[in-house]
Ligand binder design. Structure first.
Ligand SMILES: [Fe+2]
Ligand SMILES: [Fe+2]
Length: 472
């Protein structure tokens, strides 16, 4: 369906009465959040746009239920941010199974893990290990503690997701929905085992919408509705399943969901009575919150993004950047590694040398960063700075092989801050390095790789973990 036809459909109130916000109004928070939700999709091993499409399904359901505009607004952001905590259990999951967390998460969403057969089949298919005996041994270990570990991992994910929502300053009902999205109607969900209408309504809608979208994207509408029927009364509230059936035959809706540009959809489904604007302070909050999501992906990058942002900000001040440039630089630094959410933990946390193929996957992360951030019109320049953090002055960097004249001062500062923070942090293959050693290594990079003027500004006084004022 063409964008014009899509918009015409979305504006047809006679069949579909969700009030539409005017996308020409100001700068919407939903534009930022929906773009960044693409990074959450990568972490969950889902196709980009999964969260946005789940949001549209959930909002269509909310319309069917006749929810008030304020309630729909709280639900809307919960649907977009439902996976905000997903990076926090990726490393643990990958380590437990000895396998790629993206594949594990993707396939887990397609099974009924409350049933012994599918759960055992999943473990057998995915457990890594040396030889048959190694794999069997791992499956036995997983099985022995599956219930406890499953609950812990979902609890971590839900709590971290709710924390992120609070950092952005969204409503308590939005955080509560995310905390409850993996509870099941029959009480066999996680983390609390709530049953029936003790599960808050928004949590029930999130759980249904996310699973429905996964089946819809992977197997089509019939399979998605069959899944709802099979799990009605076990996973899902039967009333919600009945409400979904009410618009099953609305072919235009399902067609636009499958074909329309997700950004058009997400704009159209934000309740028009309460469109949240993204002022400067809110954008800062979002960038700080997503830095936490990014850093939670690997134990080795704990505090990396916030550390790089602190170093880059101080370097920017030393180099005379004005307040507007400093604000943009800090946001770029906080988000520079958002593309790492698309790299499996088997690569990020590998203790040994990466293979050629693994290294190629790692080198994609600035490209993902660029792809995600350029979806936000106001972030075009910021995206260039953020995605250039592995470029070198001599053109031997990645992912585009830019050279000195193409690299702005903020991009040069960010590249140096990234190296400076990384060298001071522990990595799978070495311990943290002291300041003198960091300076010796960076001194050799100044000229061919890093900007000499930035290096001089950095050398003036220790920054990052070597900073005498640094607490952690
Ligand atoms: Fe990076
Ligand atoms: Fe980095």
């Amino acid at each position: 369906m063409s964008p014009v036809a899509t918009r015409r459909y979305l504006k047809t109130r006679s069949r579909f009465e969700v009030p539409l916000g005017n996308p020409a109004d100001g700068f919407r928070l939903s534009e930022v959040i929906s773009a960044l939700s693409y990074a959450l999709d990568l972490t969950e091993g889902q196709p980009m746009g999964h969260s946005v499409r789940a949001c549209v399904v959930g909002m269509r359901l909310a319309h069917e239920l006749g929810l008030a505009p304020d309630a729909r607004s709280d639900l809307y952001y919960a649907l977009l941010l439902k996976d905000a905590g997903c990076s926090s259990n990726a490393a643990r999951l990958s380590q437990l199974f000895g396998a790629d967390d993206h594949t594990l998460k993707h396939d887990h969403k397609l099974i009924d893990w409350t049933q012994l057969g599918p759960a055992a089949g999943y473990a057998l298919r995915h457990a890594g290990g040396d030889g048959v005996l190694g794999r069997i041994g791992r499956v036995v270990r997983i099985a022995a503690s599956a219930e406890r570990i499953g609950r812990e991992m979902i609890a971590t994910r839900c709590e971290r997701g709710a924390d992120i929502v609070r950092m952005i300053g969204l409503a308590p009902a939005t955080a509560m929905a995310i905390r409850n999205l993996d509870e099941h109607w029959d009480g066999r969900g996680h983390p609390l085992g709530l049953a029936g209408d003790r599960i808050p309504l928004f949590g029930r809608i999130l759980g249904l919408a996310q699973t429905f979208e996964v089946f819809l994207a992977a197997r089509g509408p019939s399979a998605a509705f069959e899944m709802l029927d099979r799990r009605s009364g076990r996973w899902f509230d039967p009333e919600l399943v009945r409400a979904m059936r009410a618009f099953e035959g609305e072919t235009a809706f399902w067609r636009i969901l499958a074909t329309a540009e997700p950004r058009t959809l997400v704009e159209a489904y934000e309740p028009g009575e309460r469109v949240l604007e993204a002022d400067e302070a809110r954008v800062d909050q979002v960038a700080e919150a997503f830095a936490v999501v990014i850093d939670a992906k690997s134990p080795y990058t704990y505090h990396h993004s916030s550390g790089v942002a602190d170093i880059a900000s101080e370097l920017g001040r030393r180099m005379g950047l004005d307040p507007v440039e400093l604000r943009e630089l800090r946001r770029a630094a906080l988000l520079h590694d958002i593309g790492k959410l698309g790299v499996p933990n088997t690569i990020l946390d590998k203790p040994g040398k990466l293979t050629e193929a693994e290294w190629a996957a790692m080198r994609l992360h600035p490209a993902f960063t660029h792809q995600i951030l350029t979806r936000i019109a106001r972030f075009r320049d910021l995206a260039e700075v953020a995605a250039s953090h592995h470029e070198r002055l001599d053109g031997a960097g990645y992912h585009r092989g830019l050279t000195g004249p193409q690299l702005s001062v903020p991009a040069r500062i960010l590249a140096a801050a990234d190296v400076c923070e990384a060298l001071q942090a522990e990595r799978p293959y070495r311990g943290p390095l002291p300041w003198d050693e960091v300076m010796a290594i960076m001194g050799r990079l100044a000229g061919p790789a890093l900007c000499p003027a930035v290096f001089e500004a950095l050398r003036a006084a220790p920054l990052g973990r070597s900073d005498p004022g640094e607490k952690a």
